[in-house]
Design a protein around this ligand. Structure first.
Ligand code: ADP
Ligand code: MG
Length: 683
């Protein structure tokens, strides 16, 4: 198992915090923090041969003094370098320490992105090497890690190296037959090589092993879990009731057939002998919330409590309001509470008491639901919505209190049935593969930034008709050298452009929860007309009156994520529109975004995205929002997934509970939870 990060040289309190923020909790976590890409250090190019838009190296002499210019809140340092073919400007942001390094006449290898500014090529924020240092890493593949602010690639690389050098070797946990049959590399080789490969061939070998492991462990965990839950008896048997039928009849809309089927499957499970453990998958907007509510009402009618857990406070509050509205309309006497991190200590005390005595039946909230002090009287059903944001541990905390409750997991992962069956085996899944019929399909367009004035007047017209709009920016505020729109400046700008009577507000993850809730409520109530936001609204938010989704720097998001964002509109009776603004003019980006233009179907988009990327593109943009494996990609690595599923079948056929000696290390490895496997399922 991993050791504390503080045992590493160079890691103090501050660095530890940064690492934790990146999701790395111990040395094992660092080891499994696989690079997202690799840099290949090519031979330096002559200045005359540099190409715009690429990362290249030049070997050149400093031939000017160092200039320091303040630009907005940045300090820009620039210098001119030259070789026998020409001269080139190099610029750095906020790096005052370079002043003493860049002495006129000294020789360096500079490596960085070549961009065009005012018609001239320049190199942005290049790395600086002495010629000798560059010679040493020439042609090698250097890992590029996913970073959070304050964490540099150099730092992570150094720490990973340290862990690899210091650790005792991992014992091989795959049985030899499996490794031979599926031509899998040794685990220690794989772990070393994935961080520091010598060449592409080695890298692919290492990657194959790690992807295989990830899928295999996931499938084994699911199967073992299935076995466990099948044995578990349902301590909360429920009887079907008329109330739910009545609600369905009185809803202002008719449930789709897919919704009805899913509901009946859940109803059947809950009234059965065995404990329910069901996964509901449905594309954004397919109407999963009402299904959750029906299940909670069924539990209430049978005298049990139920809890609905969601990843964000905004979403929790929204579900809470929606449930209360439904209960009011249907004249149900069910009592419901909202429990989140921003409930005050006094409120919490009262709520805990109400939960303990059974005074409230429906509990909706965030992680706060699983805090130590929450003691349920008779928790018969647990639902997690948008589950992929939860960890196994958190789910366990909720389910291990008292007799295990029935479990329903709802997610918007667009995953085709065939893949779902490989991954989940015979786990119970319901798929809502149908959108409500009355919906008008969303109209999409992909445009460049010159289209903005038109977009703004379009938004203005929609608002005059009573509708609302979202504008999404990738960043919260202006950041070093990154050329992307940010919420703070954009909000200011938009306030200036749109007529004064239109209310424009900002929303982002760095705000206090209270503030976020307040703004989201105002938006939901129509008090705010244009919401300029980061992707905090990506998950689950439901404001049917919003009809425009404008995404700035669309190229910075994965297609799955853009599809989720688009899912925020088209939720009501009005025609909705999606405007994807492409901030660069690269052709590959336009092609990718075009896919969104062609279809509103999440399954289709995932498939097309794969085709476009081709199976060779292993390190392209990950399908954020889809099954979040650390390294495997269910679409790209579908072949390995099939093999892993076959291997899991072979292992379990021989040894259903992994009790044989040859599976001991595998079982231990699984139990140690070193795989994030089940996080994907929330099971
Ligand atoms: P998601 O599956 O993304 O969670 P929601 O449950 O939030 O979707 O539903 C989106 C919107 O569609 C809500 O406003 C909901 O009231 C509405 N809705 C749900 N089911 C239907 C239906 N069968 N017909 C029409 N509208 C529906
Ligand atoms: Mg939802």
């Amino acid at each position: 198992m991993g050791k504390s990060l503080r045992t590493l040289k160079g890691v103090g309190e501050k660095t530890e915090k940064l690492l934790i923020k990146a999701g790395i909790y111990d040395t094992e976590g660092l080891l499994r923090y696989y690079p997202r890409n690799y840099d290949i250090y090519e031979k330096p190019e002559s200045i005359a041969e540099l190409k715009e838009g690429t990362v290249q190296a030049v070997s050149a002499a400093v031939c000017s003094g160092v200039y320091v210019n303040p630009v907005r809140n940045l300090q820009v340092i620039s210098v001119t370098v030259g070789d026998s073919t020409g001269r080139l400007a190099a610029v750095w942001f906020n790096a005052p320490y370079l002043k003493s390094t860049l002495k006129k006449g000294s020789f360096f290898v500079l490596r960085g992105k070549v961009v065009k500014k005012q018609g001239k090529l320049q190199m942005e924020h290049p790395e600086i090497f002495t010629p000798a240092a560059y010679e040493e890493i020439l042609h090698s593949m250097q890992p590029v890690y996913r970073l959070t602010a304050g964490l540099s690639n150099k730092m992570v690389t150094k720490l990973v190296r340290q862990v690899l050098e210091d650790r005792s070797l991992q014992s091989e946990y795959l049985p030899d037959e499996i490794r031979e049959k599926y031509r899998l590399a040794d685990i220690n080789y794989a772990l070393n090589t994935i961080h520091f490969p010598q060449n592409m061939e080695e890298l692919l070998k290492a990657r194959r092993r790690l992807v295989f492991d990830e899928f295999l462990l996931f499938i084994l965990s699911v199967q073992l879990l299935k076995e466990k839950t099948e044995e578990a008896e349902n301590s909360f048997p429920m009887k079907k009731t008329w109330t739910t039928e009545q609600i369905i009849e009185r809803l202002p809309y008719r449930l789709t057939n897919a919704q009805l089927n899913t509901w009946h499957e859940i109803e059947r499970d809950l009234s059965g002998q065995a404990l329910m453990s069901r996964l509901v998958q449905g594309d954004v907007g397919s109407g999963k919330t009402i299904i959750a509510f029906l299940a909670m009402i069924l539990a209430w009618e049978n005298g049990y409590q139920s809890a609905l857990m969601v990843p964000t406070e905004v979403l929790a509050r929204q579900h809470y309001e929606a449930f209360r509205k439904l209960a009011g309309e249907q004249e149900l006497s069910v009592k419901c509470v909202l429990l989140t991190g921003s409930s005050t200590a006094r409120e919490k005390k009262i709520i805990y008491e109400q939960i303990r005595t059974g005074e409230v039946s429906v509990i909706i909230g965030t992680h706060a639901l699983i805090q130590e002090a929450v003691e349920y009287k008779s928790l018969g059903l647990v639902i997690t919505d948008e589950q992929h944001r939860f960890g196994v541990k958190q789910r366990e905390a909720l389910t291990t209190r008292g007799a295990p409750p029935n479990v329903l997991v709802m997610s918007a992962t667009p995953i085709p049935r065939t893949l779902a069956i490989i991954l989940y085996g015979d786990l119970d899944i319901s798929v809502i593969d149908e959108l409500p019929a009355r919906r008008l399909p969303i109209k999409n367009c992909v445009v460049d930034i010159s289209y903005r004035p038109k977009a703004y007047s379009f938004i203005e017209r929609q608002i005059k008709e009573g509708r609302q709009a979202y504008v999404i920016c990738p960043m919260v505020e202006e950041s070093e050298g990154l050329d992307a729109e940010n919420v703070m400046d954009y909000t200011k700008k938009l306030k200036g452009i749109l007529p004064g009577e239109i209310t424009v507000s900002a929303l982002h993850g760095k705000m206090k929860p209270k503030e976020k809730n307040h703004i989201m409520e105002e938006f939901a109530g129509g008090g705010i007309q244009v919401l300029v936001s980061t992707t905090v609204v990506e998950v689950g938010v439901n404001v049917p009156n919003a009809t425009v989704m404008m995404v700035e720097n669309a190229e910075r998001f994965g297609l799955a994520q853009l599809h989720q964002l688009r899912g925020r509109v088209g939720r009501g009776e009005y025609q909705s529109y999606c405007i994807f603004v492409q901030g660069n003019n690269e052709e590959t980006t336009s092609k990718r975004l075009e896919i969104l233009n062609r279809s509103n179907d999440g399954f289709f988009i995932a498939g097309e995205d794969l085709k476009l990327r081709g199976p060779g593109d292993l390190f392209g943009i990950r399908q954020s929002g889809l099954m979040e494996f650390r390294i495997g990609d269910i679409y790209n690595d579908a072949g390995i997934l099939k093999e892993a599923s076959e291997a899991a079948g072979e292992i379990l056929a021989l040894d259903p509970d992994l009790s044989l000696a040859q599976h001991e290390s595998l079982r231990k490895f699984l139990e140690a939870g070193q795989t994030a496997a089940l996080e994907n399922l929330g099971l």
